[in-house]
Design a protein around this ligand. Structure first.
Ligand SMILES: [Zn+2]
Length: 104
C-alpha cells in the first residue's frame, strides 16, 4: 500500500476504491446496460440513479426524477475504473484525469 501514497492523483485513487468497495459490498453500479430495457448504453448522455444503482438510457432515464445526467466520457471513466486492476504502476495512465493548465 506504500505506492498509494506516491500516487499523484489521489482523488482518482479514491474514486477507484469507492467504486470497487461498492462492488464488494454488493452494490456494484450497473454501467453497461440500461436498468430498464437492458440494452447496451449508447455513447451519449445517459442517466444514473444512485438509488437504483444503475444507469438508464436516454429513453428510460430522461424523465426520471431520481437520476442525474452522466456524460459519455464520465461513463467511460467509471467503466474503466470498475473493470481495471490498480497496480503500483497505476491504473489509468491512459485516462486524462486533469485538464492541462492554460499558459496565459
Ligand atoms: Zn432503456
Amino acid at each position: 500500500m506504500g505506492w498509494l501514497a506516491t500516487e499523484s492523483d489521489l482523488p482518482l485513487v479514491a474514486r477507484y476504491y469507492e467504486i470497487h468497495l461498492l462492488g464488494l459490498a454488493g452494490y456494484q453500479p450497473q454501467l453497461f446496460v440500461c436498468g430498464a430495457c437492458k440494452k447496451p448504453l449508447e455513447p451519449e448522455t445517459n442517466y444514473f440513479s444512485p438509488a437504483q444503482g444503475t444507469v438508464f438510457c436516454r429513453q428510460h432515464g430522461h424523465d426520471r426524477t431520481d437520476t442525474i445526467e452522466v456524460s459519455a466520457n464520465a461513463l467511460k471513466v467509471l467503466r474503466f475504473l470498475q473493470t481495471r486492476e490498480w497496480t503500483p504502476a497505476g491504473c489509468c495512465g491512459s485516462v486524462p484525469t486533469r485538464r492541462p493548465k492554460s499558459s496565459g
